[in-house]
Design a protein around this ligand. Structure first.
Ligand code: DGT
Ligand code: CA
Ligand code: CA
Ligand code: ZN
Length: 571
C-alpha cells in the first residue's frame, strides 16, 4: 500500500488553503505541480524519500521535498496545521464539487463565510451566490447541481463498485502480519444491489497498526473516526468504510451482527430471549457464560436454526424456514454451465465472436449463446434476416472446427416492436437455438400497452427467453410500467423463461420478482448480456441476485447439462 495518494492529498490541501488565503500567488501553483507529479509517479514515494530522491522528481523543489519528508516521517506538516487554523475551510470537500474551484471557494468564504458543502448548499439555495461578483444565476444553478451529484455519489454505491473497493482493502490489510481474521460484512456480504457503506471486521493482535494502515489507505479523503476498536473513512468516490476490531472469540458473533440486516438481527435476538439467552456482537450468552460466538454456524445452531446464507438475511421468511429446516439449497457459481445472452462487434459489442468464445471457454462453460441485436435496433447495428442467416452458417462452421470444446448456441436478442410483434421473420427464428426477446424502444408506454406488447411477444412459439423484463437501470432509469404478474402467467402458459440479467446496473428481475416468478413455476436464465470480454465476469452478480431471490439450481436453466437444456427449451 503506497502513500502516494495520501501525500498528493496533503499537498493539494496546502495549495488550496494557500490560494484561499491569497497571500502568495505563486506558491499554490508549486503545490499543484507537486500534486500532479506525485499522482503520475510510477514509484512508491516512501521509497523515493528514503533514498533522498524527492528532489529528482520533476516539479518537486526543495520546499516541497521538505514538506513531504516531514509528513512521511511524522504524519504532520506544521504549515498545514497553521493554514487550517487561519483558514478553517474544508477545501478538498468543496473543490470536489463540479463547477467549484479555488477561486469560487475563496470568494464564498470571504463574502459569505462558506466553510463546507452544507454551508455552500445553504447559501446557494438562498440565492446568495448569484449576486456575488463574477458568479451569476447560471453558475448558482450549476453549483446546486454539482452538489446534488456529489451527494448522490455519497448516498449508495453499486454492489460491483463496492465489492471491488472491499476486495482491494481486504488485499491490502491482509498483507499485515498482525491480521488474524478479516471479513467483509454489512449489505455487501448480503449482496444487496446497492451499498450504503462498507463494513469490514478484523481480529488482530495489533489494532494500532491495522487502524493506522486503514486510515491512510489509498483514496481516503477524510478520516471520520480513528480509534482502537472502530475507524471510519470516506474515500474519494464518496464511499464510507467502517473497520471494526473484534476479540478473536467474538469473530462469529461480530460477523453475524455486522452482516445484518437489522431486521434479521432483531428477530434472532427475540428468539434468543425466548430461550433465555442473550445475543450481541460479542457472543451468545446464557447468564454470564458464552455458549456461542467464535463462528456464525455455532450461533444459528444454538438458536435451533439452520445456517442462514447471508443473501437471505432480510427477514423475508428465512428465519421461519430455518426453524423448520426448510431453507432452499441456493444456486452457486460452480453450478453455472453456460451463458445464454451475449453480444459481439457484429452489433454493439466490443469484441469479435472468436474473442468472446475464447473468453467464454476460459470461464469453463459447456455452452455459450451468441445473441446479437436485430435490425430495428439501428443504433446497435442490429442484424437483419440475411446477416443472421450468415451468422448461423458461421456458427455451424465454428462448432464443426473443434476449436472450442463448448457448444456454441445460435441466438439473437430480438426486438419487440410497438405492437408486440418481432422484427425477425418466424422462418429465421425457427432456425435459432435460443431466441431472447427484449424491449428496447417505447419504454414509456402505458402499463396496459406495455403489458399487452410483451405478452403478445411471448405468444410467439419460436421464442425462449424474455430479456431484462423490467428494463430498469439502477440509479438511472426506473422499471417500465408493466403488469408483471400477467407477464409471468403468460410466460408460464407458453413455456417462456425469464432472464435474470447479471449486469450490475440491471439485475433484472430483482430478488422479489424472482421469488414470485419461481413460485408459479417459471424458470430463470442468469445471463451476462456481455458486450465485451470483461463483462463475462458479471455472472457472479447474477448468481448473487439469484441467491437473494431464493433460487435453487433447478430454477436456473443454465445450471443444466447441454442435453437437459436443449430438451427443456424444445417447444
Ligand atoms: P447499508 O450500509 O445501508 O447498505 O446497509 P447495512 O446493512 O450494511 O447497514 P449498516 O452499515 O448501517 O450496519 C451494518 C450492520 O450492522 C447492519 O446490517 C446490522 C448491524 N446493525 C447496525 N445497527 C444496528 C442496530 O441498531 N441494531 C442491530 N440489531 N443491528 C445493527
Ligand atoms: Ca453498510
Ligand atoms: Ca456501516
Ligand atoms: Zn443484450
Amino acid at each position: 500500500m503506497t502513500r502516494n495518494a495520501e501525500v498528493a492529498r496533503i499537498l493539494k490541501e496546502i495549495g488550496l488553503l494557500l490560494e484561499v488565503e491569497g497571500k502568495d500567488r505563486f506558491k499554490p501553483l508549486a503545490y499543484y505541480r507537486g500534486v500532479r507529479s506525485i499522482t503520475s509517479l510510477g514509484e512508491d514515494i516512501e521509497a523515493v524519500a528514503k533514498r533522498d530522491g524527492l528532489m529528482d522528481i520533476p516539479g518537486i523543489g526543495k520546499g516541497l521535498a521538505e514538506v513531504i519528508k516531514t509528513y512521511l516521517e511524522t504524519g504532520e506538516v506544521e504549515l498545514l496545521n497553521k493554514l487550517r487554523t487561519r483558514v478553517p475551510v474544508k477545501v478538498l470537500e468543496l473543490d470536489a464539487i463540479p463547477g467549484v474551484g479555488p477561486k469560487t471557494i475563496k470568494l464564498v468564504y470571504e463574502k459569505l463565510g462558506v466553510k463546507d458543502i452544507d454551508s455552500l448548499e445553504q447559501v446557494a439555495n438562498e440565492g446568495k451566490l448569484s449576486v456575488l461578483p463574477g458568479l451569476g444565476e447560471k453558475t448558482q444553478v450549476q453549483i446546486i447541481e454539482g452538489i446534488q451529484i456529489v451527494r448522490a455519489g455519497m448516498e449508495r454505491t453499486l454492489l460491483s463498485d463496492a465489492i471491488s473497493v472491499a476486495e482491494r482493502i481486504e488485499n491490502e490489510l491482509s498483507k499485515l502480519k498482525v491480521i488474524e481474521q478479516l471479513a467483509i460484512a454489512g449489505s455487501t456480504r448480503r449482496r444487496r444491489e446497492t451499498i450504503g457503506d462498507l463494513d469490514i471486521i478484523v481480529v488482530t493482535t495489533d489494532s494500532e497498526t491495522v487502524m493506522g494502515s486503514f486510515v491512510s489507505s489509498e483514496g481516503v479523503t477524510a478520516v471520520l473516526a480513528h480509534g482502537p476498536t472502530k475507524s471510519s473513512v470516506r474515500l474519494d468516490s464518496g464511499l464510507q468504510v467502517d473497520l471494526r476490531v473484534l476479540p478473536s472469540e467474538s469473530f462469529g458473533a461480530g460477523l453475524q451482527y455486522f452482516t445484518g440486516s437489522v431486521d434479521h438481527n432483531v428477530k434472532l435476538r427475540s428468539i434468543a430471549q425466548k430461550m433465555k439467552l442473550r445475543l450481541n456482537e460479542y457472543g451468545l450468552y446464557k447468564d454470564k457464560k458464552r455458549v456461542a460466538g467464535e463462528d456464525e454456524e455455532g450461533i444459528y445452531r444454538a438458536l435451533g436454526l439452520q445456517y442462514v446464507p447471508p443473501e437471505l438475511r432480510e427477514d423475508k421468511g428465512e428465519i421461519e424456514a430455518a426453524q423448520k429446516g426448510e431453507l432452499p439449497n441456493l444456486v452457486t457459481m460452480n453450478e453455472i454451465h453456460g451463458d445464454l445472452h451475449s453480444h459481439t462487434d457484429q452489433s454493439d459489442g466490443k469484441n469479435t465472436l472468436e474473442e468472446m468464445l475464447d473468453a467464454a471457454e476460459g470461464h469453463g462453460y459447456n455452452y455459450y449463446c451468441v445473441s446479437d441485436h436485430t435490425k430495428s435496433l439501428t443504433i446497435a447495428n442490429g442484424m437483419d434476416e440475411e446477416r443472421l442467416l450468415k451468422r448461423l452458417e458461421e456458427i455451424d462452421g465454428l462448432n464443426a472446427s473443434g476449436r472450442w470444446k463448448m457448444k456454441i448456441l445460435k441466438g439473437a436478442e430480438v426486438d419487440i416492436l410497438a405492437d408486440g410483434s418481432l422484427d425477425i421473420e418466424d422462418t429465421v427464428l425457427s432456425q435459432l437455438d435460443i431466441v431472447t426477446v427484449s424491449i428496447h424502444s417505447r419504454m414509456k408506454d402505458k402499463k396496459n400497452t406495455m403489458t399487452e406488447r410483451v405478452c403478445h411477444a411471448l405468444e410467439n412459439k419460436y421464442i425462449h427467453i424474455l430479456g431484462h423484463p423490467t428494463g430498469r437501470l439502477i440509479g438511472k432509469r426506473s422499471e417500465f410500467e408493466i403488469d408483471l404478474e400477467q407477464v409471468f402467467e403468460t410466460a408460464k402458459k407458453h413455456n417462456v423463461i425469464m432472464e435474470l440479467n447479471a449486469h450490475p446496473q440491471r439485475l433484472d428481475l430483482n430478488a422479489g420478482n424472482l421469488r414470485v416468478a419461481t413460485k408459479i413455476g417459471l424458470k430463470i436464465a442468469i445471463n451476462t448480456d456481455a458486450h465485451a470480454i470483461s463483462e463475462l465476469d458479471n455472472m457472479r452478480f447474477g448468481v448473487y441476485q439469484a441467491r437473494r431471490g431464493w433460487l435453487t439450481p433447478d430454477d436456473v436453466i443454465n445450471t443444466y447439462s447441454l442435453k437437459k437444456l436443449m430438451k427443456f427449451i424444445k417447444k
